[in-house]
Design a protein around this ligand. Structure first.
Ligand SMILES: Cc1cc2nc3c(=O)[nH]c(=O)nc-3n(C[C@H](O)[C@H](O)[C@H](O)COP(=O)(O)OP(=O)(O)OC[C@H]3O[C@@H](n4cnc5c(N)ncnc54)[C@H](O)[C@@H]3O)c2cc1C
Length: 418
C-alpha cells in the first residue's frame, strides 16, 4: 500500500478529535503499522485482494462498527460486501474456494482486525474453523457438498468445542456425547461461547463417542435439527459485534453421513486448533495495529501545553514501543505462514505465535489506551474497542497458559498437562 493510499485510509478510519488544527510547513507522516513493508512480499494478485479488503474495512466497516459494538449487534448489512470480496475458502484448493497462500489468509485476518477484531473473528470462525474442519476432516463427498455454499457465504458455519464446564480441558473432559443408533447419531450436551451460533446455518460439533470414548465431529444443521437450541450470550465486554451462543443439544439426531469421516480422535481436533491459533496470531497483530494507528493519529492532533502530545518524549516512547511490538509480531507470523506453506508448522510453532502475539497485543492496546487519556475509554475514539477486544483474543482458542504448556511439552519433552 502506497503512502498516499495509507494516508487516505487513515483519514477515512479516523476517530473524532477534540483538537484545534495548527498550520505546518509539511504534512505529518501518515500512520502506517506495516513498518517493515511485509505486504510487499505478496505476489501482485494477492496484494490486490488485500487492497480490496482494506478498502472494504475502511469505507464500509469503520464508519458503522462502533455503533454495532456498543449495541452488541452483528452488522448483517455488511454480508453482501463480504461476499463480493470473494475471499470465502481462502487458502483452500478446489470446491469453489478462493485458494491462495497461507500468508494471504493471515494478512486478510490481520487487515480485518486492524479495523475490527469481531469482523476478523466472524471471518475466522466461518472460514478457518468451520470450513477448515470440513476441508481437513471431511470425506471427498462431504467437501463437495458443504464447501461450495460456504465459500459463497450462502451457508455460514460455527465451531462448537468449548462447554460450560470444560474449556481448556476439553481433550480429556468433554461431556457432550454421541451415541450411534444404526445410521444415525444421537447427540446430547452443551457448547458455550460458540461464535456465529445464534444465527448461522451449520455447526461443527465435537462430541465423545460413547462406544470408544473418542472425540468425533458432526455437521449439524442448526435451523432444521430438532433438539438443537441456541441462546445468545449477553453482556460481553469484548468482541461485542461477533455473536456468541450457548448451544444446547437434546437428543439431536444426526445422520452418519454428517460425521466428519476423517476425524476419529482429539488428535484430529488439535489439527484444526493449530490452524485457529495460526489465525488468532494474525488477528491479534491486526488488533494491535488498529490501536496503534488510532493512537498515533491522535498524538499528532491532540494539543496539550500548546503542542501536539506526539511531540512529547514520553508519548513517543509509548508509540515506539507499540510499533516494536507490532513489527516483532508481524515478522514472527510471516515466518509462521512460511512454515505452514512448507508443511512444517508444528503445534508448538502455532502456540508460540498465538501466545506471543496476543500478549504483545494486550500490552500494545493498553499503551494506546493510555495515550488517549480519558478519551481512551470513550467508544467513539475506537481505541477502547481494541483495548477490550484484545482480552478475548488473549483467552480464546486456548489461553496463554495452554499455549505455554504446548510449547513447554515440545521443548522439554515433559507434558505438564494435568
Ligand atoms: C469471545 C469468545 C469467543 C469464543 N469462541 C469460541 C468458539 O467459536 N468455539 C469454541 O469452541 N470456543 C470458543 N470460545 C471459548 C474459548 O476457546 C475458551 O474460553 C478458552 O479455551 C478457555 O476456556 P474457559 O473459558 O473454559 O477457561 P478455563 O479452561 O476454565 O480456564 C480458566 C483459567 O484457568 C487456566 N487453566 C486451566 N487449566 C490450566 C492448567 N492445567 N494449567 C494452568 N492454567 C490452567 C486458564 O489458562 C485460564 O486462565 C470463545 C471464547 C470467547 C471469550
Amino acid at each position: 500500500m502506497s503512502a498516499t493510499e495509507t494516508a487516505a485510509a487513515a483519514k477515512s478510519a479516523a476517530a473524532p478529535t477534540t483538537t484545534k488544527t495548527i498550520k505546518r510547513p509539511k504534512p505529518l507522516p501518515a500512520p502506517n503499522s506495516d513498518f517493515y513493508d511485509l505486504a510487499s512480499t505478496l505476489p501482485a494478485e494477492e496484494k490486490e485482494v488485500l487492497k480490496q479488503v482494506r478498502a472494504f474495512m475502511e469505507t464500509k466497516v469503520a464508519p458503522i462498527i462502533t455503533k454495532y459494538w456498543v449495541e452488541d449487534a452483528f452488522p448483517f448489512e455488511l454480508l453482501p460486501g463480504i461476499k463480493e470480496l470473494n475471499i470465502g475458502g481462502v487458502a483452500m484448493k478446489g470446491y469453489g474456494c478462493r485458494g491462495g497462500s497461507a500468508l494471504l489468509f493471515g494478512l486478510i485476518a490481520m487487515e480485518m482486525a486492524r479495523v475490527d477484531s469481531s469482523i476478523a473473528t466472524f471471518f475466522g470462525v466461518h472460514n478457518g474453523l468451520a470450513m477448515g474442519s470440513i476441508y481437513l476432516g471431511g470425506s471427498e463427498e462431504q467437501k463437495q457438498k458443504w464447501l461450495p455454499p460456504m465459500a459463497r457465504w450462502e451457508k455460514i458455519g460455527c465451531f462448537g468445542l468449548t462447554e460450560p464446564l470444560v474449556g481448556s480441558g476439553t481433550s480429556g473432559g468433554m461431556t457432550t456425547t454421541a451415541k450411534r443408533e444404526g445410521d444415525t447419531w444421537v447427540i446430547n450436551g452443551q457448547k458455550k461461547w460458540i461464535g456465529n451460533s445464534p444465527w448461522c446455518d451449520i455447526s461443527i460439533i465435537w462430541a465423545r463417542d460413547l462406544a470408544d470414548n473418542q472425540v468425533k465431529a458432526f455437521i449439524i444443521e442448526n435451523k432444521t435439527t430438532p433438539g438443537f437450541q441456541v441462546e445468545k450470550i449477553q453482556n460481553k465486554i469484548a468482541l461485542k459485534v461477533v455473536q456468541n451462543g450457548l448451544i444446547t443439544m437434546e437428543n439431536c439426531r444426526v445422520p452418519e453421513e454428517n460425521r466428519l469421516q476423517g476425524d476419529s480422535s482429539f488428535r484430529d481436533t488439535a489439527r484444526e486448533l493449530k490452524m485457529t491459533r495460526f489465525l488468532v496470531a494474525w488477528e491479534s497483530t491486526g488488533c494491535a495495529m488498529g490501536a496503534y494507528e488510532n493512537a498515533l493519529k491522535y498524538s499528532q492532533e491532540r494539543l496539550q501545553f500548546g503542542k501536539p502530545i506526539g511531540s512529547f518524549q514520553l508519548v513517543q516512547d509509548l508509540l515506539a514501543k507499540m510499533l516494536a511490538n507490532i513489527t516483532a509480531s508481524q515478522c514472527l507470523i510471516v515466518r509462521m505462514a512460511q512454515l505452514q506453506a512448507e508443511g512444517k508448522l508444528s503445534d508448538a510453532h502455532a502456540a508460540i505465535a498465538k501466545a506471543f502475539t496476543t500478549a504483545k497485543c494486550r500490552e500494545t492496546v493498553a499503551w494506546a489506551r493510555e495515550l488517549l487519556g480519558g478519551n481512551g475509554i470513550a467508544a467513539e475514539y475506537n481505541v477502547g474497542r481494541f483495548f477490550a477486544d484484545a482480552e478475548a483474543l488473549y483467552s480464546y482458542e486456548g489461553t496463554y497458559q495452554m499455549q505455554n504448556l504446548i510449547i513447554g511439552k515440545a521443548i522439554t519433552g515433559f507434558s505438564a498437562f494435568v
